[in-house]
Write a protein that binds this ligand. Sequence first.
Ligand code: NAP
Ligand code: 8YV
Length: 319
Amino acid sequence: MSASNKPAVLTVLPLPPFYLEPLKAAFTVHERLHLTDPQAFAKVAPTIRGITGGGESQVPKSLIDQLPALELISIFGVGYDKVDVAAAKARGVPVTHTPEVLNDEVADLALGLMLSVARKIPQSDRYVKDNLWADKGNMPLTRKMSGKRVGIVGLGRIGKAIAQRAAAFDMKIAYTGRNRQPGVAHAWYPSAKELAANVDFLVVITPGGEATRKMIDREVLQALGPEGFLVNVARGTVVDEQALIEALRDRVIAGAGLDVFENEPHVPQALRELDNVVLTPHMASATRETRQAMADLALANLQAHFAGQPLLSPVPECR
Ligand code: NAP
Ligand code: 8YV
């Protein structure tokens, strides 16, 4: 296809080369022009037929309204909580995402954070590297994970992959969600608070957005209690970050492992200074293998649409 008849696509987040390069081969790509050069963007806006970006991408109604030729929004990620799906649907624009291909990776990191915070793996690493082992002797004892109780907030695709791994650690599994799931043998609790009161590890893996905003609040953290650990690999918005900082500081809970934050990439100093947290920079899906699989699926959705073929993975609201 020549440059002139390649469909025009706007990117809304910096994309890795293994996605950007094949994207540029198939489409005329305007890289974040709406953010970097509004005048140039205004000129090309009427030609833009596709949007692509990551799971953290902002696609508000105001952007959709500026693109009269828009036909598809393809998200390189499973979460799409910052995409105004209702506005897109109202314009007849479907939204796609990349479910399933990242389940293993995100579940692996969730278990990694559980082990890291309970066994203090990052702190132990620093202890040896700072030569404190030789200077001060053994580190204080840590906490056991195998055989403990884990509560999964959101037993969906990734939640089930977390449960599968927790079972290999002989953990007792329970969950919460809006509904008890038929055919799932794990104990179900109707709220995060009731679940928290009955587990040692609370792992959050729901979608973000208004429906789950601050679902893990002060009361849930109190219910988890001073022996309990929180792990969040969902979205920062699902946890009341200020309440969490206070709960960690005052030892209302034992510790937390966090991959996501309210105002990424800015993480409050009060959280960064605590010794009972393990923090990672929203990298649960960030391996070469999985990001490649996500890129392939995001690109395949764009290609399918512009070839007049069915979409591979539309979001549930657009099926
Ligand atoms: P999924 O299959 O749709 O599972 C979501 C689960 O959350 C379902 O079990 C659902 O159960 C529950 N849920 C939804 N809304 C809820 C609510 N209002 N209250 C309580 N439970 C609710 O999604 P997934 O593929 O597992 O992905 C989950 C999320 O993980 C994504 O949306 C994304 O935000 C996050 N994620 C983060 C990373 C990262 O890098 N850290 C990577 C990938 C994904 P019910 O329907 O029964 O309520
Ligand atoms: C990535 C994610 O951070 O899939 C999601 O919902 O949050 C992550 O996999 C993201 O999609 C890459 O930008």
